[in-house]
Design a protein around this ligand. Structure first.
Ligand code: UD1
Length: 337
């Protein structure tokens, strides 16, 4: 299949692009490089052992997206591109709604016009909102607590409505839990722009000496050690989930929703301990107040993806930390400009 990978230079997109190529697909990256670096591309090409077509397009630009899809010959779009910082989305809601919704809408319009039948969407466990019980199941109601989360809820709804109106459209809504880790080569990994928001890049930057200490947001949650528990999955398992979902769309009509997680929660303290084992030294931490909007626990019921995709996130927390550390210690400042 010839596949358009939006945000293919980003963290999850780059790992997925490699696995698509390894599975025999032809992946074309489209990225505006607003939150990713061009230097990821030669590294991907070295790992893939071939050149990779890259198009620099702002997908909110309707005519540019139309031109990209018109002469692309694509059978599927995997749509990773989007803004994803919760705090920033509260400061800049209009930017978040127009970017995240706009890119999905212009892709869908171009796909309909040119008969591209498959759409794989990067959704998030954030769509379960703050009052969901655990483990989280796909049939739970969706809601959000911030503009970023609402863009995911709204994009899911747009895709469901588009699939009702166009029975030839096949959609996978992939609800990611907490992706971490890096490619085993240590040459590609997560390189957030600015100050990271998520736990793993913060731990990795403390470990490599870029930050002084990790703040643990709350140790008084109703969890075994008092710190928040999440469902961390290795980005390579997550990438494999995309390849499996794409294959499954060959036979699954309409919209399919799959949780991608391990089903097993890990606490902040457990993650810090695992990372200390991986990097070989203790990490300075300080207990801080809870972060507003955080829930005590979030983890998947991944049984639907296991049954329908034959997919499981099998890599361990220790592997996630070892691979993150290889990437971070080889690239302390992330990708070159
Ligand atoms: C966060 C977002 C979520 C988004 C997801 C992916 C919030 C409230 N939620 O989820 O909407 O979909 O990222 O980008 O921002 N922690 C610390 N210290 C830190 C950072 C995090 O203790 O410096 C803790 C958190 O309290 C949490 C865990 O680490 O218990 C994981 O945090 P994070 O990586 O930000 O992921 P989520 O909170 O699951």
């Amino acid at each position: 299949m010839r596949i358009l990978v939006s945000g293919g230079a980003g963290y999850i997109g780059s790992h997925t692009t490699l696995q698509l190529i390894a599975s025999g697909h032809d992946a074309v990256i489209v990225d505006d490089f607003s939150r990713s670096k061009r230097s990821v591309v030669p590294r991907l090409e070295a790992l893939a052992g071939r050149s990779i077509e890259v198009r620099e397009v702002d997908l909110t630009h309707v005519p540019a997206t139309e031109a990209l899809v018109a002469d692309g010959g694509f059978e599927a779009v995997i749509h990773f591109a989007g803004l994803k910082a919760v705090g920033e989305s509260v400061e800049k809601p209009i930017e978040y709604y127009s970017n995240n919704l706009g890119s999905t809408l212009s892709l869908l319009a171009a796909m309909r016009r040119h008969g591209v039948p498959k759409f794989v969407f990067s959704s998030s466990a954030t769509v379960y909102g703050e009052n969901a019980s655990v483990p989280m199941k796909e049939e739970f109601p969706t809601s959000a607590t911030n503009p970023y989360g609402w863009t995911k809820v709204m994009q899911e709804q747009i895709l469901r409505d588009a699939a009702v109106a166009d029975p030839s459209l096949r959609v996978a809504l992939l609800r990611y839990f907490n992706p971490v880790g890096a490619h085993a080569s240590g040459t590609i990994g997560e390189d957030p722009s600015g100050i990271p928001n998520n736990l793993m890049p913060l731990i990795a930057q403390v470990a490599v000496g870029r930050r002084q200490k990790l703040l643990i947001y709350g140790d008084d949650y109703p969890t075994p050690d008092g710190t928040g528990r999440r469902d961390y999955l290795h980005v390579e398992d997550l990438a494999a989930g995309h390849v499996a979902a794409l294959d499954r769309l060959g036979t699954a009509p309409g919209v399919s929703t799959w949780n991608l997680g391990t089903g097993t929660p890990t606490s902040v303290k457990e993650m810090v301990d695992a990372f200390a084992r991986a990097c070989g030294h203790e990490l300075p931490v300080e207990i801080a107040p809870r972060r507003p909007g955080d829930v005590a626990e979030s983890y998947a019921d991944p049984s639907r993806a296991e049954a329908e995709l034959g997919w499981r996130a099998g890599r361990t927390i220790d592997q996630m930390c070892v691979d993150t550390w290889r990437w971070q210690s080889n690239n302390p400042d992330g990708y070159p400009a």
